[in-house]
Structures are given as structure tokens and as C-alpha cells.
Design a protein around this ligand. Structure first.
Ligand code: PEP
Ligand code: MG
Length: 885
């Protein structure tokens, strides 16, 4: 029989799929003997069953009631017992943390009778009514679907009536009256009474949490974080403990290290006389955790002790939620904590030093995406002047954008291409679309553990929170700092690393990590941690990493970043700029002599380009690809030419013969589908002299570099092969030219000749192609385009967002390799290519070569190297190392 409910004493951290992250860790802490309020977890499997069938799975109600009885027996009180009620919290807890995205209902078990019991047992009548008020409000909105604004309005009206500045000034009688109003509102809005039976409250709360898995907020968050939609959430039912019973009570959030920088030492926020929700919502400003040491030294010492235990046990940064009820400490949650990229590198290095984890484990704890983030520029603080205001540096990085004051405006402006900063007093899960759309988030309230901070860190988005100096006026769509007013649309700069806000667009400088890659300058702290991770990755990786570069400058940079050669040198840029005239002459040539003259003009220019690149990559392989794009790309635009000719005619001038000829050529060469037309090897085969000129330039560059004492290692790559015949013909021509240059110069020139595999037919006939190819390089941009039939230049803007919304794919196949389709072609080509030519060298030079997930795929597929843009080289090195773990 399926079991849907697990007591905290039964589960463990390895059961997160079934119990969700929170449930698994509550069980783990219970097993470790830490003070966890007793409770049980309803599994994700129960949730999935409920969401598929729309009804409560058989046996669930019975299991819940059995576990409830066990809880009641241990507590010596019943749920909602009129004279001394046991109260429960009901919280979501999915496999992957989704902060604030799903529902929580507290104080289950209170009703018109037990509220008096709670008042008596706690000796605090106001507290009892406030708890009941919270339950009716949360239950009414979450379970019964009443708009929460209705309750807030009722509260505001009562406060106005009493002249109370905040809800702390409402007394027990006021709150009792509010409960009546809330209950009436529920009846009025739903036609139903607020349920008085504690067991019914519990049952409906559990189902409401299940349902919240499919709430809009949760779905949006999952899409953003690539969390699968079919996991479902577990539900944790736990005995309530109260942090709002007076000054000797409180709630807090703590980290075993600083999640922003990774610095050692306990760290967190504490709010006295408050419930956990108040801390996370950032509604009141918290005090630093150290303050708890002054307020309650004993509980603080105990907390530090538990945190030490947790970090040693989990061998990682843990974050913790705790409550102190009348001096007694309770642990409400722990998990391996989210952290910034900076903290991830710093913590990994420290844990290795502390002997808690191995160097390989340290490498597994950092990511290429994180590294890429650290390579972003920061503000040039020497040039920015004084900050407008300061806040808490909650999520690092530098961002510039126009201030906007609500989520909808952020989304609207971002969709129109504007960069925006979302400015709020505090954020709620409803602000999520705006946070996604914004470059940065700025709040005037809340600490490092507020919603804004947690969510922004998770997204890698810049965030400054708790900037108390600013007053946000969402209605007036402005904020003020002292005498300065910043209206909506005004550009501001947000420094999430320093917690500063600057007026205008602040100038940016490179990051220290980037400087390290550029210069090799190694400093203590973050740079050292990054360097160590890179060293470890380079030590374990099997994949080589090359760069896509086509200028000596890019080649040199790539080499500094650790590239072990060039995997793709595109030669098309060598046909642009002031060389266009020569290219035009080549295209328009009417005789062989004219064409040869034009090609002879291009030859020395290309040779010079190749010499520079071979020099920058001396001793390392440089794969030079023969010309790929259709020739008409190098001619002027058709409309532009036609307008020029028409204008000349209108002015009574004779039309330029050259322009007329050009227009004629453009018309002749026009293709409806140029990406599927006369390009790549096809061009080389039909445009006489082109291949020979390019190969001669390469060969002569090799000769020159050799004569200069260099070690040039050029490889010649043929693009867009469909069939082995094409390659055979081009290869004959290439080899003839290489032989001619060798003979003429007396310097032997040997360049391997290989091909790109970027069309499905080539992948499927790779065994035959390998007979002519000395190496393969997958062009996954074109291979994705042609396998899916997606125009790479159009579809992403045209309809990918709809496809992503519908879940047809989770990420663009142009960004991360589609393992199932394109990946399968890669695997076939690797297997058949190597079967035909053992030891065949195979790489990839499409954009996917720098994408972390794709790098893992290429490692698994047995490629020899990946090639990516110079800036992605460190990312690819790191991920290639991680893939090998
Ligand atoms: C490719 O198609 O993946 C490739 C690297 O070539 P290009 O992007 O130049 O078409
Ligand atoms: Mg291509």
C-alpha cells in the first residue's frame, strides 16, 4: 500500500524527492536530536495524485488522522482542544526551494471556543485573538479564495477608527471584533462559514497547499528556475511554536556563513516578539543576529552550537529558521543555503581548507554560470561620486536602469526594451514578474533574508534592500531621499555588492576575477578561490577548450583565458570593410583575368590576418574555416541600390554603371532562403578560385611563421558539407595548393583538412565523410537550425516565448543542446566517424560549446574539445572539469 504520510522521526535528508526539501531536512534535524517541534510530512506523491485526479487520494485522510493522534498523544492535548488547544502550521515544501511561491497556513485549530483556551493557557488574551485573526485571514484568502485586500481594508478601517498607527495598538477586544468582521466577510464573499472544526481546517489547508503548486506565481517561478512542473509539493504539518509571546520570544533566520560573500561566522537577522513570517516578509526591520546574544545569551549559545553541528553534518553552508518561545529555542527549518556566486567560490575553497570536503567536491559546489556572473563589470567607485543612499548589499553586481514603482510597469517598459530598476518598499511574490523584468531590485525595508533579497539572489539579479533612507511613494510613482526626489523613469545605478544607489548611469569597471583572467594577477580572497577552482577543473577535465576567434586580439585574449587553440576562425570578417571593393570586383568579374586580379588583391590581406592569428596562437592548433556565408552578403543592400539608382535618374543624372551592375548581380544572386542556399562548401565549389586563394593565404602564412621561427599549426575546415563527395573535391583542391606552396617555398606545409558536421545528412553519413575528413567539428548552430527546421535568425524573437510558456521546451535549443534530437545526431556521427577513422579528433564550435549544460553533454558524448567565445573559455574549462567528476 502506498504510504502518504511520514512522521519527522522517520524520514531523512536523502528522501527529498518524496518529502520535499523542507520535510526531509526537518526529519534529518529530528534524527540529529535538535529541538524540532513535532510534526509529519504529507508526500509529494500524495500531491501529484491529488493534482492528477482532482480528488484526495484514498487513505490519505485516514493516515493524516492517525499521525495527528500520535502528535496529540505526545503533546497531551488535542488539536483545537477548547481549554488548551494544540495548534498546527501547514506549510508547503517542494523538492527544490521556491521561496514564498506557495501557501502557508498558521494557527490551525483555533475556533470560537479554543481561542479562549489559548488565551488562558498563554495568559495573553491579545495574542490569542491576534492568532485567531491571522488564521481566519490566511485561511480565508488561501483556502477559501477571498481577496486578501478585503481583509487588509477591514483592518485599516478599524485602525483608523481607533486612531491606531499600527496593528500593535489594537487590543484584544479590537482583534475579537476584527475576527467577527473577517468571518462575516468570508460568509459574504463565499456563501460559506469559516470552518469551526479543527480537523476540517487541517484537511482543507493541506489540499490548498497542494493546489498552490499550480498557482500562477509558482508556475512562473518554476519556468524561470527550470524546475519541472510535475514534481508536486510535500506538505509539512507541524506543532506551532510562538515567537510572538512577548519580549522573551522572537523569530530569526540564520546562516552558518555569510551567503553574500562567504565570510565565516554566523550571520542572520532576528526579530523580537514576532513570528517567522514577519521576518521573511521584511515587514518590520530586523536586528543583526548578534543582538540575540545580548537579549538571550543562553538561546544564542545553543543556536550557535546547533548551527555548528548542522554545518559539520551537511558539510556546507546551512540556512536556518528558528523561533524562541518564552526563552526556549526551536529549530523550524534548515537547508543547504542559497548563496551568491562569490560566496559559492569562497565557501568551497574554505571548506576544502577546513578538510570538510575534498577538492573535487569543492569543484562540484561552484558553477560556470556563477563564474560568468563574477566576470561582469562593477561600478567605478572612484568616478561615481557620492551615493544617493545606502542599503543592505543583498545580491551583488552592478545595474543601471530607470526607476519604476510597480511590477506591471517594470514588465511593460522592459518589453519595450528599456532597462529598469524595480523600487518597492518591500516585495511580495506578486512582484515576481517585475523582478524578472528588472535589472535590479531596490527596497526600502527588509533585511538580507527578506523576500526581495532571497529571490533576487536566486535569480542572480542585483538587489539592495532595506535602504531606509529612501521613502518610496508608489502612488506618486517616486522616491525621496532627504531633499532629492527621484521620479519614475529617472535612471539610477544600483550596486548590489556594496549596497549603494547612485544617481544617473554610473561608469563601470572590470571585475577582479576578469582582471585575473586577463593578467594572471592572483590576489587573496575571491580571486584566489576562483583560481583554485580553475586549477582543480584543469587538473581533472578530459575535454580540451578552444576559442572561436578571428582576430589576433581575440586570439590573444582567448589564450590568456586558457584556450588551448582556436576551434573556429571564421574568415568572413576578412571580406568586410575596405576589402569590400575587392570582393565586389571578384563577384562582378566577367573574365578569368578580372577575377584572378580581384582574388590576388585579397590574398595578401588574408595572409596578413592569418599570420597575426597564428602568431598569437603559436604552438597551438588554429582551425581556419573556409568562407561560409553567401556571397551576396558582401554586396550592398538591394533596396539601397535601387533607391540610389532611382534618385540619380530623378535628378536627371546618368545612373552609375557600377551601381547598375551591382544591382544586377544582387538580383541574380537573390535567394529566398539564403541559409539553405549557395553558401559554405557549395560556394567554394562553384566560385572559381575562392578556395585556392584562401588556402594559399593560409599556407603562405604558415611558411612565413615557420621562417620567423614560429610553430604554426593551421587546420583547414570545410563548412556545410552534406556529402563526402563535396569534401573529396574540395580536399583535392586544398592539397594541390598546399603542395604548390610547399614546393615553391621549400618549406613543407602540412595542414590537416577536416569538416564541420552541421547538417543532419552529414551527421547521418559521418562514417563515409570520415574517410575524407581528418577531423570533425560540430556546428551545432546550423545543426540545430536544420534538425528542428528553425531559422536561427528569426524564431527566437518570433515564437520561442510562446513555446517556453507552453512547456514545449524548457530552454531554447539554440542555447542548450537538445540532447534528444540534435544530441542524438552528434552521438551517431561520433560513433560512425570514429568507427571509420579510429582516433578521429572531434570538437564542437557552435554556441553550445560555452553553455554549461551542453559542455556536460559533449563530455559524455566523447568529444575531444569544445570551442566557444573567448569570454566563455573560463566557464567552459570549469564546466569541463565538473563534467569529469
Ligand atoms: C555553427 O553552425 O554552429 C557554426 C559554428 O557556424 P556558424 O555559426 O558560423 O554558421
Ligand atoms: Mg554553421
Amino acid at each position: 500500500m502506498v504510504r502518504y504520510v511520514y512522521d519527522f522521526t522517520v524520514g531523512g535528508r536523502d528522501m527529498a524527492d518524496l518529502l520535499g526539501g523542507k520535510g526531509a531536512n526537518l526529519a534529518e534535524m529530528t534524527r540529529m536530536g535538535l529541538p524540532v517541534p513535532p510534526g509529519f510530512t504529507v508526500t509529494t506523491q500524495a500531491c501529484r495524485a491529488f493534482l492528477t485526479t482532482g480528488t484526495e487520494p484514498d487513505g490519505l485522510a485516514h493516515e493524516i488522522s492517525e499521525h495527528l493522534t500520535t502528535l496529540e498523544e505526545a503533546a497531551g492535548r488535542r488539536l483545537g482542544q477548547p481549554d488548551d488547544p494544540l495548534l498546527l502550521s501547514v506549510r508547503s515544501g517542494a523538492r527544490f526551494s521556491m521561496p514564498g511561491m506557495m501557501e502557508t497556513i498558521l494557527d490551525i485549530g483555533l475556533n470560537d471556543d479554543s481561542v479562549f483556551g489559548l488565551a488562558k493557557a498563554s495568559g495573553n488574551e491579545r495574542f490569542a485573538w491576534d492568532s485567531y485573526r491571522r488564521l481566519v485571514q490566511m485561511f480565508g484568502s488561501t483556502v477559501m479564495g477571498v481577496d486578501s485586500a478585503v481583509f487588509e481594508q477591514a483592518m485599516t478601517q478599524l485602525k483608523d477608527l481607533r486612531g491606531a498607527p499600527d496593528d500593535l495598538h489594537l487590543d484584544a477586544g479590537d482583534l475579537a471584533q476584527l475576527v467577527e468582521t473577517y468571518k462575516n466577510l468570508i460568509k459574504y464573499e463565499t456563501g460559506e462559514d469559516f470552518p469551526q472544526l479543527p480537523a476540517e481546517q487541517l484537511r482543507r489547508a493541506v489540499l490548498a497547499v497542494f493546489e498552490s503548486w499550480n498557482g500562477e506565481r509558482a508556475r512562473l517561478y518554476r519556468r524561470r528556475e527550470h524546475i519541472p512542473d510535475d514534481l508536486g509539493t510535500a506538505v509539512n504539518v507541524q506543532t506551532m511554536v510562538f515567537g510572538n509571546l512577548g519580549p522573551d520570544s522572537g523569530s530569526g533566520v540564520a546562516f552558518t556563513r555569510d551567503p553574500a560573500t562567504g565570510a565565516r561566522g554566523v550571520y542572520g537577522d532576528y526579530l523580537s516578539n514576532a513570528q517567522g513570517e514577519d521576518v521573511v516578509a521584511g515587514i518590520r526591520n530586523t536586528v543583526p543576529l548578534d543582538e540575540l546574544g545580548r537579549l538571550n545569551p543562553e538561546a544564542f549559545a545553543q543556536l550557535r552550537d546547533h548551527m555548528g553541528m548542522l554545518e559539520t553534518h551537511y558539510r556546507d553552508l546551512c540556512d536556518i529558521e528558528f523561533t524562541i518561545e518564552r526563552g526556549r529555542l526551536w529549530m523550524l527549518q534548515t537547508r543547504v543555503g542559497k548563496r551568491t556566486a562569490e560566496a559559492a567560490f569562497a565557501i568551497a575553497a574554505e571548506l576544502v581548507d577546513e578538510g570538510l570536503i575534498t577538492a573535487d567536491e569543492g569543484l562540484a559546489r561552484v558553477t560556470g554560470d556563477g563564474l560568468a556572473r563574477l566576470m561582469f563589470p562593477r561600478f567605478d567607485t572612484s568616478a561615481v561620486g557620492d551615493p544617493l543612499a545606502h542599503g543592505i548589499p543583498a545580491s551583488p553586481g552592478a545595474a543601471v536602469g530607470a526607476a519604476v514603482f510597480d511590477s506591471a510597469e517594470a514588465v511593460r517598459r522592459a518589453a519595450a526594451g528599456e532597462k529598469v530598476v524595480l523600487v518597492r518598499q518591500e516585495t511580495t511574490p506578486d512582484d515576481l514578474p517585475g523582478m524578472i523584468a528588472a535589472q535590479a531590485v531596490l527596497t526600502s525595508r527588509g533585511g538580507k533574508t527578506s523576500h526581495a533579497a532571497v529571490v533576487a539572489r536566486g535569480m542572480g539579479k542585483v538587489c539592495v534592500c532595506g535602504a531606509e533612507e529612501i521613502t518610496v511613494d508608489p502612488q506618486g510613482r517616486r522616491f525621496t531621499v532627504g531633499a532629492t526626489t527621484v521620479e519614475e523613469g529617472t535612471v539610477i545605478s544600483v550596486d548590489g555588492s556594496e549596497g549603494a544607489i547612485y544617481p544617473g548611469a554610473a561608469p563601470l569597471v572590470d571585475s577582479a576575477v576578469m582582471r585575473y583572467f586577463e593578467t594572471g594577477e592572483r590576489s587573496a580572497g575571491l580571486v584566489d578561490a576562483v583560481a583554485r577552482a580553475m586549477q582543480q577543473a584543469d587538473g581533472v577535465r578530459r575535454l580540451g577548450v578552444r576559442a572561436n576567434a578571428d582576430t589576433p586580439e581575440d586570439a590573444a585574449r582567448a589564450r590568456r583565458f586558457g584556450a588551448e587553440g582556436i576551434g573556429l576562425c571564421r574568415t568572413e570578417h576578412m571580406f568586410l570593410g575596405d576589402r569590400r571593393q575587392l570582393v565586389e570586383a571578384m563577384i562582378l568579374a566577367r573574365t578569368n583575368v578580372e577575377r584572378e586580379r580581384a582574388l590576388e588583391g585579397l590574398l595578401p590581406l588574408q595572409r596578413k590576418d592569418f599570420i597575426g592569428i597564428l602568431e598569437a596562437m603559436d604552438g597551438l592548433p588554429v582551425t581556419i574555416r573556409l568562407l561560409d556565408p553567401p556571397l551576396h552578403e558582401f554586396l550592398p543592400d538591394r533596396t539601397e541600390l535601387a533607391v540610389r539608382l532611382a534618385a540619380a535618374e530623378a535628378h536627371g543624372n546618368p545612373p552609375s554603371a557600377h551601381d547598375a551592375e551591382l544591382l544586377d548581380a544582387v538580383n541574380r544572386m537573390h535567394e529566398e532562403n539564403p541559409m539553405l542556399g549557395l553558401r559554405g562548401v557549395r560556394l567554394g565549389l562553384v566560385a572559381p578560385g575562392l578556395v585556392a586563394m584562401q588556402v594559399r593565404a593560409i599556407a603562405e602564412a604558415v611558411v612565413e611563421r615557420k621562417r620567423a621561427g614560429g610553430d604554426p599549426r593551421a587546420e583547414i575546415m570545410v563548412p556545410l558539407i552534406d556529402t563526402v563527395e563535396e569534401l573529396r573535391l574540395v580536399r583535392e583542391e586544398v592539397e594541390q595548393v598546399l603542395a604548390e606552396v610547399s614546393k615553391a617555398s621549400g618549406v613543407p606545409v602540412e595542414c590537416p583538412v577536416g569538416t564541420m558536421i552541421e547538417l543532419p545528412r552529414a551527421a547521418l553519413t559521418a562514417g563515409r565523410i570520415a574517410q575524407e575528413a581528418q577531423f570533425f567539428s560540430f556546428g551545432t548552430n546550423d545543426l540545430t537550425q536544420t534538425t528542428w527546421g528553425f531559422s536561427r535568425d528569426d524564431v527566437e524573437a518570433a515564437f520561442f516565448s510562446a513555446y517556453l510558456d507552453k512547456g514545449i521546451f524548457k530552454v531554447s535549443p539554440f542555447e542548450t543542446i537538445d540532447r534528444e534530437g540534435v544530441g542524438r545526431l552528434v552521438e551517431i556521427a561520433v560513433a560512425e566517424g570514429r568507427a571509420a577513422r579510429p582516433g578521429l579528433k572531434i570538437g564542437v564550435c557552435g554556441e553550445h560549446g560555452g553553455d554549461p549544460e551542453s559542455v556536460h553533454f559533449f563530455h559524455g558524448a566523447g568529444l575531444d574539445y569544445v570551442s566557444c567565445s573567448p569570454f566563455r573559455v573560463p566557464v567552459a574549462r570549469l564546466e569541463a572539469g565538473r563534467a569529469a567528476l
